[in-house]
Write a protein that binds this ligand. Sequence first.
Ligand code: HPA
Length: 273
Amino acid sequence: MMTNGPNPASAAEVIRARLAGRTPQVAIVLGSGLGPLADRIEDAVRMPYQEIPGFELPKVEGHKGELVAGTLAGKNVIAQSGRFHLYEGHSADTAALPVRAFAELGVDTLIVTNAAGGIRRTFRPGTLMLIADQLNLTFRNPLFGPVRPGEQRFPDMSASYDPELRALARTVGRRQGMSLAEGVYAGLIGPSYETPAEVRMLERLGADAVGMSTVLEVVAARANGIRCLGISTITNLAAGISTAALSHEEVMETAAQVGRELGDLVEGLVGAL
Ligand code: HPA
């Protein structure tokens, strides 16, 4: 018999017990270097992953391992600081576990952030890109196997990144004097960065940015009827777009530099929901 991997209901039960009756409406997944966003959450309840069944400790530098629930701009939110990447050896089910737990908790809006390499030629390190659509090039899918209770077998992915949320993000960004790009995010399994030939391939396939996360979370969210907004921080130009060598340090540094701007955007957006 095929198993369904870690059980989101058990995780949600433990999380719910810590929420003291508050139901988070919005979940925010914090990407590389974006952890400080969690510090803006008021009345914060911090839940280290060790306390949550099925949540393993992330091993990547710059990624914590905790959920932070509380209020942001007056709304009940839950933030995920530290995600489960396939390249760490996690299954698609583990990568999607937090999103499924959020669905169990009643979250209806997911904001995913990530660090990504810029493929579109006009992008510069520090560009913020609203994700308009995705290419799941991990060749994994968290919906593989038996259908889970409450999930769709064949979710429609044609408006995975909610157009209304994107429009709202642009309005909030404009108000804050930010310029936001918009494009297609390609999610690969990693962990090696792409070769220049792979980046040329991705460019021809229609990708504007490339990274190693997000796509499976959004698949799981859509199967649960959660609307999604995705924001990529372009931390570097993808391999071959610039001749500079790529490094995780550069990625972390740029992500940290843009963190405040991104935090302002997310906070403004949550307030405007
Ligand atoms: N490629 C893949 N993932 C990334 C990159 C990149 O260039 N930058 C940040 N995450």
